[in-house]
Design a protein around this ligand. Structure first.
Ligand code: AMP
Length: 281
């Protein structure tokens, strides 16, 4: 695997490969890689000729400075995992490479409700910062295919919108969430859970599964299921629930009918660690 740090190194590599004839797959990450990230690399290896992964912990998408400071960094094991998955290029830019004019959040695109609700409400500025770095990375990596996880449900929706609005020549492929055996969604933040919090964290994916079962029951409305599960999670003394919501999977609007494609989304802090998860119902 090639390790490249500068835009011009990537450009030169593309020239060497003769990029015009090759399909480039791109997997942007913030490092602390786990099998969820590697599932994206594998999807890219299947569908593209060359796979580029980036590791960049983006300062502008952390609305909470302690979350940024505590974000895990495991570069040598990341490199081993990427090598084992036969990733072709690891792009490892500096902050100055990505933000030559300083790390100011640009609020160029109005993503509307999709970015204002749920995560948008709880992490103000997060999606603008995320969209800014993803656009920059897409302009550098120039991928034909972009692989992102459904784990960050709103994020992949907003990136889809970014691609459309900016007319970028890349196709977004949203990949399923990898989970631990007990159902906990894999996340770089899971390493920060202590033993007790790790056990409690299972309750998030259990709540999503419960929502899936209960929405199927004729006796319960979507609003009832949402209220019931929110109350259960809120009642747990070690779970600080930010939201549990059942929404239209295409628009994130509050659903009017069970015939709509639905997604349940949850965010909570457990033992000081903020976790998110979601599931199609
Ligand atoms: P991150 O490093 O957390 O920014 O994630 C980089 C990419 O990996 C994003 O597209 C995430 O949605 C995706 N990702 C994170 N966790 C998982 C998971 N458990 N399963 C699948 N994809 C994931």
């Amino acid at each position: 695997m090639l390790l490249l740090k500068h835009t011009k190194d990537l450009d030169n590599q593309y020239k060497r490969w003769g990029k015009a004839g090759l399909k480039i797959g791109f997997v942007p990450t913030m490092g602390a890689l786990h099998s969820g990230h590697i599932s994206l690399i594998k999807a890219s290896k299947k569908q593209a000729d060359m796979t580029v992964c980036s590791i960049f912990v983006n300062p502008t998408q952390f609305n909470d400075p302690t979350d940024f400071a505590k974000y895990p960094s495991t570069l040598s094991s990341d490199i081993e995992l990427l090598e084992a998955a036969s990733c072709d290029v690891l792009f490892l830019p500096s902050v100055a490479e990505i933000y030559p004019n300083g790390t100011v959040i640009k609020r160029e695109i109005n993503f509307g409700f999709m970015a204002d609700t749920l995560e948008g409400e709880h992490r103000p500025g997060h999606f603008q910062g995320m969209a800014q770095v993803v656009e920059r990375l897409l302009r550098i990596a120039k991928p034909d295919l972009l692989f992102m996880g459904l784990k960050d449900y709103q994020q992949q929706m907003i990136v889809g919108e970014l691609i459309t609005k900016k007319k970028l020549a890349t196709k977004l492929i949203a990949c399923p969430t990898e989970r631990e055996r007990d159902g906990l969604a894999k996340s770089s933040r899971n390493v920060r859970l202590d033993e007790k919090s790790r056990k409690i964290a299972i309750k998030l994916s259990k709540a999503l599964k419960q929502a899936k079962q209960k929405v199927k029951l004729k006796t319960k409305s979507i609003a009832d299921v949402q209220a019931l599960i929110s109350a259960q999670l809120s009642a747990h003394q070690d779970i600080s629930l930010e939201y549990f919501a059942i929404r239209n999977a295409k628009t994130l609007a509050i659903p009017k009918s069970k015939r709509e494609k639905l997604v349940a989304l949850v965010a909570a802090k457990i033992g000081g660690v903020r976790l998110i998860d979601n599931m199609f119902l």
